[in-house]
Design a protein around this ligand. Sequence first.
Ligand SMILES: CC(=O)N[C@@H](CC(=O)O)C(=O)NC[C@H](CC1(C(=O)N[C@@H](Cc2ccc(O)cc2)C(=O)O)CCCC1)C(=O)O
Ligand SMILES: [Zn+2]
Length: 611
Amino acid sequence: MDVRGSQECTEVSMASWNYASDITEKHRKVKAAAQLKYAAWQKEAWESVRKWSGKWETLSDPFLRRQFKFMSILGTAALPKQDLEKYNNLVTEMSTLYSTAKICEYKNPKNCKLELEPDLTRILRSSRDYGELEHVRKMWRHQTGRRIRDHYKLFVKLANKAAKLNGFDNMGDMWLYPYESDVFRSDLAELWKQLMPLYQQLHAYVRRKLRENYGEEHVSRRGPIPAHLLGNMWAQNWGEVYDLVIPYPGKVSVDVTPQMVAQGYTPERMFELSEAFFVSLNLTRMPEEFWQHSIIEKPQGRDLVCHASAWDFCNGKDFRIKQCTDVTMNDLITVHHEMGHIEYFLKYKDLPEVFRSGANPGFHEAVGDVLALSVATPKHLHEIGLLEEVQDDPEADINFLLSMALDKITFLPFGYLMDLWRWDVFSGKTSEQDWNCAWWDLRYKLQGIKPPVQRSEYDFDPGAKYHIAGNVPYIRYFVSFVIQFQFHKALCMKAGEYDPLDPSKPLHKCDIYKSTEAGNALGDMLQMGSSKEWPEAMAALTGTRRMDASVIREYFKPLELWLTDNNEQHRESIGWETDEVLCTSEEVREKPEGKSTSTAGGAPASGTLLL
Ligand SMILES: CC(=O)N[C@@H](CC(=O)O)C(=O)NC[C@H](CC1(C(=O)N[C@@H](Cc2ccc(O)cc2)C(=O)O)CCCC1)C(=O)O
Ligand SMILES: [Zn+2]
C-alpha cells in the first residue's frame, strides 16, 4: 500500500506549518516556493492522467475509476504560473493581515496590542459594557475587513479563472464538487427551512433576556439583536452569554470553566483528556510525533496564526495540532474537534493519496464534535470530576439543552450564510459595490442580528472572519452541525445509551464513553476516507443515505417545547423587523473623530433598505 504521500505534499505542508507557527518573511518565501513546486508536481500528475481521459471512465473497477475522477481535477494549480503566484500571495497576505491584526484598548487608547486570541475573545466573552463591546467589534473590522477588501477583488477574479480552467463556471461550483450532488444547494435550503422555526424561537427568547439586561433602548422588542451583545466576534455561537439567559438560575452550571481553572487544568491535560476519550472507544492513540511537534499553547514573542488547526503531513507518520489553547470549556470542545481531524487522518493514512480526505468535508468537521456531544453531558462531566453533582430534573435538563442550543442552533444560520454570500460573489450575482450590504442583508434575514453602528461599502465585514480572509470554504460546518447529530444517534444506539422507545434514555443524555461498539462503527466509517461516495459512508454508520434535520430537532425537542411555551407566556413576537438602514451603499468614510456621516451630507444615504 502506498503509505507515503508525495514528497512535495510533505514539503508544502511543512513550509505552511512553519509559516503559520512563526510568521516571518523568510518562512513566507519558503512557503511560496513550496506551493509553486507542489503545483508543478500536481500539474505533471494531472498531465499523465489526462492522456487516459475518455478511457478511464469505462474502467470496470469502481475504485480505480474513482481515483481517476479525483485526479482529473487539478484545482488552482491549473493557473498559469504568474497568476498562481499572485493568487497564493493574495491568500497569504489576507490571512496574515487577519492573524496579526491588533486593536487599541477601549479604556486605554495607548495600549494598541490587543489580539483576537486571547484578548478580544475574552473581552467579548466577559464584558457586559455596551460601549466596550461596540468598540472591540468595530475596531476589529477596521483592522481586518477594511484592509483586505481590495485584495479580495483580485482574489475573486483569479479564483474564478482557476475554476473555469477546471471546467467549472465559478469557484463556488468548484467548492461544491466534493459533495458529488447536483441538488446539494437545494438540499441545504431544505435543511435550513426545517431548522429555522427552532432558531426563531431561540432568537426570541435570547432577545427578551438581553433586553432585560441591557434595556429596551439597546435591545428592542421586535427588532434584530445588536450583534456585539452575543458573546462572540461574529455572533456565530452565543454560548458565552449563557449566564445572561439561563432559564433556571441557581441550578448547577454546565459551564465547567471555573472548575477547570480551580483544578489547575493545563492545555496538556485537556489534550490528554480528549485522547483518553478517543482511546476509550478503541480509536487510535496520538502518535509520538504528535506530542513532540504540536503547538498547544500560544508561544510568546512572535506572530503566528492562532486560529486552531489540525495538520496531516502526507507521510503517514507526522500529524499535529496548533492551538492557542485557553483553559475554558469552549476550548476543551475545540480540542476534541481538532483531535477528531487527527483521528480521521490516522484512519485513512494507508489509502491511496486521492482518498485521504473526508467522505465529504462536512464529515471531517463532524468527527470531533460527535465525541464532544458526549463529553458535554452533565453525566460525563460528573464522571471526569468537573461537575460535583448531576441534577436529574426537568429544569436542569432545560438549562443543559439551552447551553447546547446556544452553540449548536445559533450557529446554523451563520454556517449557512457564509457560503451563500461567497457563492453569490463568485457567480457575480452580488457585484463588488454591494458586497458589504449583501452580507448584512443575509446576516439580518437569516440570523436576525444588526451591526451596532451603521455599515457602508467602505467596510468589508466578511473579511473580519478567518475563513474568508484565509479562503477556507464554510458550508462544511453547516453540514457537520446537521450530520453530527445523525452520527451521535447511530453511535448512541450501538452503545445502548439511547432507545427511541425508552423515555429514560433521551438522545441528549447519551454518553458513548468507553463503548467499543460505537467506536468500531465510527472507525469503520473513518477508514473509508473518500473512497466511497458520502451517502454510502453515511449509510454504513447510520443506515440512511441522506442528511436529515429531524435528528437535531429530536435532540432539542424538550427545549423547543419549552421555548415556544415561554415565548407565548411572555407574548414575545417571533422573528424580527426593522426600518433602520443597517448598511448604506455609499462609501461612507469615518470622520477622524469617529462620527460617521454619509457622503450625502448628513441625511442617511439612500442604500440597501433591508426588508
Ligand atoms: C490545515 C488545516 O487548516 N486543517 C483544517 C482541518 C482540515 O481541513 O482537515 C483546520 O484545522 N481548520 C481549522 C478549523 C478551526 C476551527 C474553526 O474554524 N471552526 C469554525 C466553525 C466551528 C465553530 C464551532 C465548532 O464547535 C465547530 C466548528 C469557526 O470557528 O468558525 C476553530 C474552532 C473549531 C474548528 C477547523 O478545525 O475546522
Ligand atoms: Zn474542523
